[in-house]
Design a protein around this ligand. Structure first.
Ligand code: CA
Length: 366
């Protein structure tokens, strides 16, 4: 902390203290009357996202985060949010932040699995932990320590930047009645879920958001996953693919709010604390907003939509395929193996408690 960030409790200091609601430092350089406050030099950080401007829930979550940082710092911390492709293309935010061209970014962790396959686990696991369980792994089960260690190699410091809650399994043009019906299908599905589908005979493709509907409508693809009722409804998928399947591949996807590490370390302790607190608020609010808006959108789906579960034979096959994918990735990447072991250790610890609490209550309630 630089000397100029401290003010003694003069009349000015006391006024500032009252205005900003900041705290008295327990220890100080010049005596017990010194006050540690936010009213230092104003800091402006450039944050680029992988979403269109004010994109519902995910993008507006970042907007709210920036506003909270300003409020909590009495305007001394300004986060300027740039939608995709304004400063850097959506899929280059990681590299731009690593190279200090921007200060921070908001995106999805599994987009960067080409840099290190282990990153896909930080984004979530098919048939695995739910959002609150993922966050518990990060904060108490060692996930954050591994994520920060691996991102430090890229001069990056990650925070959880929201989470989607359970995602739906996707929209299909034809009903899936058996595993055979999956064979040869072209489906837009990213990440580890896509790898599992591939082992079940699906041809997974990646398409940018703006191209999915047209591809589905023209039959270039047979199915697509997206997020859940709230965001899927805006895409109009129901018109082209009315079979809407319940989820399995993204039970609790984590979004990231990542900072350039050198820049992060130069921020004042207060600004770092404000960003951390505002990111936690953003994460819990985003989960609540997804829950509320998904519940509402589910009531308003077009009449032709048929909600379906995959056939019972799908799940043992998907679990077997996932185990193969994880074993292959672990053999190829020591980082993947290490992160997977940490994830699995928490999974094993959490499951018996989760089974007799959350799962039990969900099963017995009306
Ligand atoms: Ca998705």
């Amino acid at each position: 902390m630089k000397r100029r960030d401290f003010l003694t409790t003069t009349a000015i200091g006391a006024t500032t203290l009252a205005m900003t609601g900041c705290h008295r430092a327990e220890e100080s350089e010049s005596g017990s009357d010194t006050v540690h406050i936010n009213k230092g030099k104003k800091v402006t950080l450039k944050l680029a996202t992988s979403w269109p401007a004010h994109f519902p829930i995910m993008g507006t979550g970042v907007d709210r985060f920036a506003k909270r940082c300003s409020e909590l710092s009495s305007g001394t911390l300004e986060i300027k949010v740039f939608a995709k492709n304004i400063l850097v293309p959506a899929m280059q935010v990681f590299d731009a932040c690593s190279a200090s061209q921007i200060d921070a970014f908001h995106s999805g962790v599994y987009y960067w699995k080409g840099k290190n396959p282990a990153f896909s686990i930080f984004g979530g696991m098919p048939l695995g932990l739910l959002s609150d369980e993922m966050i518990t792994w990060f904060k108490f089960g060692g996930g954050y320590a591994l994520w920060r260690e691996l991102y430090a190699k890229y001069n990056l410091y990650p925070l959880i930047g929201g989470t989607t809650g359970p995602q739906m399994g996707g929209w299909f043009k034809k009903e899936i009645k058996s595993l055979d019906d999956l064979k040869g299908l072209k489906m837009r599905i990213p990440g580890l879920g896509g790898e599992v589908m591939k082992k079940l005979g699906v041809n997974p493709v990646l398409l940018p958001a703006g191209e999915i509907y047209t591809a589905l409508e023209r039959g270039t693809i047979d199915a697509t996953e997206w997020v859940g009722p709230a965001l899927d409804s805006m895409m109009g998928f129901a018109k082209a693919a009315p079979y809407y399947y319940t989820g399995w591949h993204e039970p609790g996807s984590i979004l990231e709010l990542t900072f350039n590490k050198a820049r992060w370390e130069k921020l004042s302790a207060e600004h770092r604390a404000i960003i951390t607190a505002a990111s936690e608020e953003m994460t819990s609010t985003m989960l609540q907003e997804f829950r509320y808006k998904n519940a509402k959108a589910l009531q308003q789906l077009p009449k032709q939509v048929q909600i379906k579960d995959f056939p019972p034979e799908f799940f043992p096959a998907a679990k077997k395929a996932l185990a193969e994918v994880l074993a292959e990735q672990s053999a190829r990447s020591p980082d993947f193996k290490r992160v997977l072991e940490s994830y699995q250790a928490f999974y094993a610890l959490n499951k018996p408690w989760s089974d007799i609490s959350t799962k039990h209550l969900l099963n017995i309630r009306e």
